[in-house]
Ligand binder design. Structure first.
Ligand SMILES: [Fe+2]
Ligand SMILES: [Fe+2]
Length: 271
């Protein structure tokens, strides 16, 4: 019998090689959607995810303060930026599969898994697009140091499904919507059209990821008869260290189902 979705999720999480992790993510997504289309969906099942996903020996993971700062005006600086985004995308692959395995005991409609598997597939695609950009610059994922601590949000919310949705898609991925337009403008200014195209694909698809997070967060609030805005504020204050940073991309956040009264009060906390 075909392995359950949760077992497949654990397989992705337990795979250290980055390219293989991304390949498996896409292959399992293709299997999931083929089975759904055939009317014989894969079981969600149960499987124990590792506390931390397996990762390659390289890149070296450093405290964010120790990661060398490079000027984005230089070619090296822009390559380092693409490397940093590749690291975020690989982490996002693990984050999506981790949700599937870790919260498999919470009964959810099949549409939830459709959204999450699609996002996991897209994160793997994003990692591939950035790997191609790095290769075109004579580099590769692992050639530069990367931020440690990316898994922190996942560990902090390992026992709280709603907390995970609040912090990962609705705070961290939403932050991506705020900062990506400036990144696209930077590469456009320097005529690096491959990076512009990759980042435009990422930007368009990340709106969907935030939207899936908001949609299923509201679903869970509704099921438990909790006020979504109050619950979101309480969970972000509990699990996310520090205030949210304006300026916010209000247009794309709105498109993703995040209204201003969700995030502005958390930014004001900095005040
Ligand atoms: Fe992504
Ligand atoms: Fe994403």
């Amino acid at each position: 019998m075909s392995p359950s979705l949760a077992r497949r999720a654990v397989e992705v999480l337990s795979t250290a090689d980055a390219a293989e992790k991304a390949r498996l993510s896409r292959a399992h997504a293709a299997d999931w959607f083929a089975a759904r289309a055939a009317g014989t969906p894969l079981p969600v099942g149960r499987a124990e995810p590792p506390l931390r996903p397996a990762r390659p020996d390289r890149p070296e993971l450093l405290d964010p303060r120790e990661v060398p700062k490079r000027r984005p005006g230089s070619v090296e600086g822009r390559t380092a930026l693409l490397h940093a985004v590749a690291h975020i995308e690989l982490n996002a692959v693990d984050l999506h599969w981790d949700v599937i395995a870790r919260f498999a005991h919470v009964p959810m409609p099949a549409g939830f898994y459709d959204d999450w598997v699609k996002a996991a597939d897209e994160e793997a695609k994003h990692f591939g697009l950035l790997s191609d950009c790095l290769a075109a610059r004579g580099s590769h994922y692992g050639a530069l140091p990367a931020h440690a601590g990316m898994w922190r949000a996942a560990e902090d919310t390992a026992g709280d499904f709603m907390g995970r949705l609040a912090v990962v898609p609705m705070v961290l991925e939403a932050r991506g919507l705020d900062v990506t337009p400036d990144m696209i403008a930077l590469f456009r200014k320097h005529g690096e059209t491959d990076a512009v195209a990759a980042l435009e694909t990422i930007y368009a698809e990340e709106v969907g990821h935030v939207a899936y997070g908001a949609k299923w967060f509201h679903f869970l609030c509704g099921r438990e008869d909790r006020d979504p805005k109050e619950t979101f504020h309480a969970l972000v204050r509990r699990y996310f260290k520090g205030a949210l940073k304006p300026p916010f991309n209000e247009e794309k956040r709105a498109e993703a189902g995040l209204p201003p009264d969700f995030y502005w009060p958390l930014a004001a906390d900095a005040g």
